[in-house]
Design a protein around this ligand. Structure first.
Ligand SMILES: [Zn+2]
Length: 353
């Protein structure tokens, strides 16, 4: 079952459903309404991928679905970058971004539902990830992208056999076009924002950090945020760890936005940014994302265009080559300078290459 965040209605996970009849966003369970929280396994075994946490991943079928879909995603390296500072290399993923965590789980759910065609909208990485996993699952894919999406990204999406549809207009217009296609022509809306299965895949990031740090949570986790799916995934994962009595604290979740497009920081968008992966002027789950950040005692910080190049270069000199969007997280670290991080490690998540 899925639950509506706005009206509380329960609806069956279904082929055509991507939001509640009231227009509200769906979640897989509602802890605030007393739903039991799944408990991540203490000593997970099984496959060397995020599917070792499959006991707490949503599922619309038996194991044959994820076994058919997986590309070995998850279990990315965590490397030191200074005293108390760590880099989580989520750009080391099958398609080059953390989106693989969510897309693998979401497409496994779609496969379990018997879906034969998915429709997605993306500024790049999510579309690439959905295209790859759909190809793996033998599901046809259509990916709607803003017309100014980098040709290298659209070529990669097309290489997986997905139909790429360029949309004149911004990211919101692209999403609207994809939803129109779903309503008119059918197909399953494989949205990394609306489908709750996606964020449940992303939550495995929290389980991994906890394991990699020797059974403790970081003090601070810094992530770039556009739609905020990584914030919500980390929030969900650390919450599940805490409720299972496994983690002693909820890390401060610091969300980093580009100053040119920082609605989560309460700023009016002022122009394009090189951090294109987080340029979302109207994030549908923005309220939830902001609330999660604030609840952890952190805040949304912004970085300027001028800070992106040096951040990207600094990471490269550490041996780590990432895209400008991912470098925003590293640049955001500067905004925390002077603030007391408290005891414990700080982790910067590198989201894509
Ligand atoms: Zn509703």
């Amino acid at each position: 079952m899925e639950v509506c965040r706005r009206c509380g209605d329960l609806v069956a996970v279904g082929r055509r459903r991507w939001r509640c009849g009231c227009g509200g966003l769906l979640d897989l369970y509602a802890p605030e309404a007393g739903d039991p929280i799944p408990r991540p396994p203490e000593a997970p075994g099984g496959p060397w991928s995020l599917w070792r946490y499959r006991a707490v991943l949503p599922f619309a079928g038996d194991s044959s679905f994820w076994e058919r879909v997986t590309l070995g995603e998850g279990l990315t390296p965590l490397i030191p970058a200074g005293p108390g500072l760590w880099l989580k290399l989520d750009h080391v993923a099958p398609t080059g971004s953390f989106k693989d965590r969510g897309a693998s789980v979401m497409i496994a759910v779609a496969a379990g539902l018997g879906v034969d065609r998915v429709v997605a909208d993306s500024s790049g990485n999510a579309g690439l990830s959905v295209a790859a996993y759909a190809a793996r699952a033998g599901i046809a894919a259509e990916v709607y992208v803003p017309a100014d999406t980098a040709p290298t990204k659209t070529a990669a999406i097309g290489a997986h056999g997905a139909r790429v549809v360029r949309v004149d207009g911004d990211r919101a217009a692209t999403a609207a076009a994809a939803r129109r296609a779903v309503e008119l022509g059918g197909g399953w809306y494989a949205s990394h924002v609306y489908q709750p299965a996606f964020v449940h895949g992303v939550k495995t990031l929290a389980f991994e950090l906890w394991e990699q740090l020797g059974g403790r949570s970081p003090a601070t986790v810094v992530v770039p945020a556009g739609n905020g799916t990584l914030v919500m995934g980390a929030w969900l994962g650390f919450q599940e760890l805490a409720r299972a009595g496994r983690a002693d604290r909820m890390p401060r979740l610091v969300a980093v936005q580009a100053e040119h497009c920082a609605p989560l920081a309460g700023l009016r968008p002022i122009g394009p940014t090189r951090a294109a992966g987080i340029a979302i002027a109207h994030p549908p789950r923005g309220g939830e994302v902001r609330a999660a950040v604030v609840a952890t005692g952190a805040r949304v910080v912004t970085v300027t265009e001028e800070q992106l190049d040096p951040a990207q270069a600094a990471l490269a000199r550490l041996g780590v080559r990432v895209e400008p969007t991912a470098a925003a997280g590293w640049a955001g670290l500067g905004a925390l300078a002077g603030a007391d991080p408290g005891p414990g490690p700080t982790v910067v998540v590198l989201t894509g290459r």
